[in-house]
Design a protein around this ligand. Structure first.
Ligand SMILES: Cc1cc2nc3c(=O)[nH]c(=O)nc-3n(C[C@H](O)[C@H](O)[C@H](O)COP(=O)(O)OP(=O)(O)OC[C@H]3O[C@@H](n4cnc5c(N)ncnc54)[C@H](O)[C@@H]3O)c2cc1C
Length: 252
C-alpha cells in the first residue's frame, strides 16, 4: 500500500544555505537548514552516513554529512571543488537553496569506536597539508607521521618545526613546489616518519617537554626572561605566543 504522505525518495528536500565558509583551498563548508519536511527525514541520521546534495540546474552528487545530529539541527557538508556539481555548489552563498536527498549508507560503528583513537590516514601515500595560516601546532601532521605517512606541507606556522624537510616529508613555499614534492614522497622512509612521531610527539615526549618548561620556569624564580633563549622560547610557545620567525606564510 502506498502512503499518501510518504516522500518520494527521488525528490530532494529543499535546504537553505545558512552559512558557506572556506575550510581550506577549494574546500568549503556548507551549513544547510532543511525546509519542507527534510528536518524530520534527517532527524535520526547517524554519523558516517551521506546524502545527495544538488546544485539546481547543474546536478547532484553524494557528500558525507559532516555535522553530528547531537550538536546542531543544521546539516553540514564539506565539499571539495572538483567538477560540475561541486563547482556549482561553490558558486552558491548564504540564502541560496540546494536540494538534499535522505540520509543513506552505513553509519560508523560508534559503540566500537568508544574510548579508542581513530587512525584515518594509515596507508595513504602522503598527507597534503596546504595550510595558509600560522597554525600553532598542527596535530594532524603529527598524527600522519605516527601512521608512517610522510607530510607534504606549505611553509607556515609550525610546519617547519613538525616536518623535517626531506626526512619526514617536504616543506614547500608554493603549489608548484608541493606538486614536485609529491613525486619525491616515494623516497621517504616511512619508518623514519613513525620514529620521529614517537620521539617528539608521543604522550610521554609531550608530557616530558611540558614538565621541562614548568621546571625551567620554577628554576627561574618566576622570571622566565632570565632563562636561556631556548627555554624562553618554549615558555612563550606553551603560553600561546608564536615565535616571530614562523609567524605568517613566507612567500616563495
Ligand atoms: C559516499 C560518498 C561520499 C562523498 N562525500 C564527499 C564529501 O563529504 N565531500 C566531498 O567533497 N566529496 C565527497 N564525495 C565525492 C563527491 O561526490 C565527488 O567529488 C563529486 O561527485 C564530484 O562531482 P562533480 O560533478 O563536481 O565532478 P565531476 O564533474 O563529476 O567529475 C567527475 C570526474 O572528473 C574528474 N575531474 C573533474 N574535474 C576535474 C579537474 N578540474 N581536475 C581533475 N579531474 C577532474 C574527477 O576526477 C572525476 O573522476 C563523496 C562520494 C561518495 C561516493
Amino acid at each position: 500500500m502506498v502512503h499518501a504522505n510518504r516522500h518520494n525518495p527521488m525528490l530532494p528536500y529543499l535546504g537553505r544555505l545558512v552559512e558557506v565558509k572556506d575550510l581550506a583551498t577549494e574546500i568549503k563548508l556548507f551549513r544547510v537548514e532543511l525546509l519542507n519536511g527534510g528536518r524530520e527525514a534527517f532527524a535520526n541520521y547517524r554519523p558516517g552516513q551521506f546524502a545527495f546534495v544538488s546544485a539546481f540546474g547543474v546536478g547532484e552528487a553524494p557528500f558525507g554529512i559532516a555535522s553530528t545530529p547531537h550538536r546542531t539541527p543544521m546539516l553540514e557538508f564539506a565539499v571539495n571543488r572538483l567538477g560540475a556539481v561541486t563547482t556549482g555548489l561553490h558558486e552558491l552563498g548564504a540564502g541560496d537553496v540546494v536540494g538534499v536527498r535522505r540520509p543513506m549508507g552505513n553509519a560508523f560503528p560508534m559503540e566500537a569506536f568508544k574510548g579508542k583513537n581513530l587512525i584515518v590516514l594509515g596507508g595513504a601515500y602522503a598527507y597534503l597539508f596546504p595550510i595558509d595560516w600560522p597554525e600553532p601546532f598542527g596535530l594532524t601532521m603529527a598524527e600522519s607521521l605516527a601512521t608512517g605517512t610522510p607530510v607534504v606541507a606549505w611553509r607556515s606556522g609550525s610546519v617547519p618545526e613538525v616536518v623535517v624537510d626531506g626526512v619526514t616529508g617536504f616543506v614547500r613555499d608554493d603549489m608548484d613546489g608541493m606538486v614536485r614534492a609529491v613525486e619525491e614522497v616515494a623516497g621517504v622512509d616511512r619508518a623514519a616518519c613513525r620514529a620521529h612521531a614517537e620521539r617528539f610527539f608521543s604522550g610521554e615526549a609531550m608530557a616530558d617537554g611540558y614538565e621541562a618548561v614548568y621546571a625551567a620556569v620554577l628554576q627561574s624564580g618566576g622570571f622566565p626572561a632570565l632563562l636561556p633563549a631556548r627555554e624562553r622560547a618554549l615558555v612563550r610557545f606553551v603560553g600561546g605566543e608564536r615565535p616571530e620567525a614562523s609567524r605568517g606564510k613566507q612567500s616563495a
